[in-house]
Design a binder for this molecule. Structure first.
Ligand SMILES: Cc1cc2nc3c(=O)[nH]c(=O)nc-3n(C[C@H](O)[C@H](O)[C@H](O)COP(=O)(O)OP(=O)(O)OC[C@H]3O[C@@H](n4cnc5c(N)ncnc54)[C@H](O)[C@@H]3O)c2cc1C
Length: 100
């Protein structure tokens, strides 16, 4: 079967999607080809996956900083307050470790 198009875009990343979309709005028929899964670098291997990884790393950093602060506070406290703060710090560290 042979099909013809006004435009064949090579790639399916942001650039390809932008040009394909503009040409479609003017009524052109457009085909997109990509040697890799549809979506391009940003969606599949670049920006979005990076933001998920960076977001998780930032969350782990914040949790560890919070645990460290509770440990310091526990050192300055006494009795039940100290053991409560120590326990909180341990729980937070365990949660942070699970996110890795
Ligand atoms: C780790 C990482 C993080 C990034 N983070 C950001 C960010 O936070 N913000 C930001 O603005 N930018 C970011 N970028 C940059 C962003 O991903 C690129 O600027 C953007 O993807 C470029 O779009 P493009 O359409 O030009 O190319 P691409 O998205 O790379 O698309 C090109 C497509 O063409 C296909 N292709 C290539 N050759 C052929 C061929 N011969 N035949 C068929 N198909 C082919 C490829 O498979 C690919 O799917 C990041 C990039 C990386 C690698």
């Amino acid at each position: 079967m042979t099909e013809t198009f006004d435009l064949v875009v090579i790639g399916s990343g942001a650039a390809a999607q932008s040009v394909a979309s503009r040409c479609r709005t003017t009524g052109w028929t457009v085909a997109m080809v990509d040697k890799r899964p549809f979506g391009g670098t940003c969606a599949l291997r670049g920006c979005d996956p990076k933001k998920v990884l960076v977001g998780a790393a930032a969350a782990i950093d914040q949790l560890n900083a919070l645990a460290t602060q509770f440990e310091k506070d526990a050192g300055a406290a006494s009795g039940r307050d100290a053991s409560h703060l120590k326990s909180l710090a341990e729980t937070i560290k365990a949660r942070a470790a699970r996110l890795r």
